[in-house]
Design a protein around this ligand. Structure first.
Ligand code: ZN
Length: 140
């Protein structure tokens, strides 16, 4: 337990709860999307042109992909509680402050390393597509 020193048990508990709640929320949400279903071309083509059906479907799929990506990150964060690596920077091994984890429970880097990596991202960012910047937004 000594590696958890910088976080109080109460803080850990609330962070773990946050992550679990988020996973459940997204999974429930995805089930609901399943129930309403992705529009099928043959049923909708009378009223909607194929292009708008395709667009709606691709938006759902894109949202799905982002959610799946986020759920994976949440699940990874949850695992770190067991291995006692939660709250430690993946880059320098420094402690990530509770305020940062509270705002972003999936944080993998301490603020210093994050800022460093963002400087690099900003250079790439200009060249990357919109979907990439959306994925980044989701991580924040
Ligand atoms: Zn770091």
């Amino acid at each position: 337990m000594e590696r958890f020193n910088h976080l109080k048990i109460r803080e850990l508990k609330s962070l773990k709860e946050k992550i679990s709640t988020d996973i459940n929320r997204i999974k429930t949400n995805q089930k609901e999307t399943d129930a309403s279903g992705i529009m099928e071309d043959n049923k909708q083509s009378d009223n909607l042109d194929v292009a708008s059906v395709d667009l709606a479907n691709s938006q759902i799929i894109r949202m799905r992909n982002r959610e799946s990506f986020y759920v994976k990150k949440l699940a990874m964060a949850l695992k770190k509680f067991d291995s006692q690596e939660y709250g430690l920077c993946e880059d320098c091994g420094d402690e990530i402050k509770f305020t940062r984890l509270n705002a972003r429970p999936t944080a993998e880097l301490c603020i210093n390393c994050k800022e460093e990596s963002e400087k690099i991202e900003n250079v790439k960012y200009v060249k990357k597509s919109r979907s990439y910047s959306e994925a980044i937004d989701l991580q924040k």
